[in-house]
Design a protein around this ligand. Structure first.
Ligand SMILES: *Cc1c(COP(=O)(O)O)cnc(C)c1O
Length: 238
């Protein structure tokens, strides 16, 4: 894990320098789905703070376990094991999971319909800051994939921005496997820039995974979601 994380950090730095962006512009979300709490803690010990999960059922107990491990007396000795973690829900959002997601996560990346957005806002517990939200866009218009069509984004953004307990941050996409990811990344950025030209202030482009995060950084990603390049291959994927 530590070697994978260091290598990814080095490649991120290289991609940022290559296009003249500054390091603070790109956040690495380490995607820990299918990996245990101790793998998350090992990454925390290397300085990683943002983590991504795709399945509420797996993530909620894992988050509690990570918190318990980090609160243990052994962890108190290690300065690296401090500071708040930031949890990103990056999977498809089922309506029977919105309550758990809104209570345990800081970000959701996969908003793709009004009903889900409303539930997340209504169920966000009092006392927590608004849940950061990205709208998932189906750039390649695949019937099977989550996300709204590019021409539906503005309408959904209007709805999400009026929900009191959500904070609309930007757009997310997962390019079609086998297609050229660069053109999807360009289209997502173009869409975000067009919305901002119409008066929105969307600061986030969540795009890029293990196979293409350098391209995504070149094309303007502000959040990359990287799993297997850090933690190794997943032996199962639900
Ligand atoms: C699993 C997952 C990732 C990470 O994928 P890797 O190829 O392992 O980096 C990123 N984004 C989403 C939405 C995912 O489900």
């Amino acid at each position: 894990m530590a070697d994978g994380l260091r290598e990814v950090q080095g490649r991120i730095g290289g991609a940022i320098r290559a296009v003249g962006r500054s390091p603070g512009e790109v956040t690495l979300v380490a995607v820990s789905k299918t990996f245990p709490a101790r793998a998350v803690c090992a990454a925390v010990a290397c300085g990683q703070r943002h983590f991504g999960e795709s399945y509420a059922q797996e993530a909620v107990p894992k988050i509690a376990e990570v918190e318990a491990l980090l609160a243990a007396p052994e962890a108190a000795m290690d300065d690296n094991l401090h500071g708040p973690l930031v949890w990103h829900f990056i999977g498809p959002i089922q309506s029977n999971k919105t309550r758990e997601i809104s209570a345990h996560f800081d970000w959701v990346h996969g908003i793709d319909r009004e009903k889900i957005a409303r539930r997340l806002s209504e169920q966000r517990p009092d006392g927590m800051p608004p849940l950061n939200a990205c709208i998932q866009v189906n750039i390649s218009s695949e019937a099977s994939k989550g996300g709204v069509a590019p021409d539906e984004v503005a309408a959904l953004a209007g709805l999400v921005s009026r929900l009191p307990r959500l904070k609309l941050r930007g757009l997310m996409s997962i390019p079609k496997p086998g297609a050229d990811p660069r053109s999807s990344f360009r289209e997502l950025k173009k869409l975000r820039d067009e919305l901002n030209a119409q008066g929105w202030a969307l600061d986030t482009l969540s795009m890029g995974m293990s196979g293409d995060f350098e391209l995504a950084i070149e094309e303007g990603a502000t959040i990359i979601r990287v799993g297997s390049a850090i933690f190794g291959n997943r032996n199962y994927d639900k």
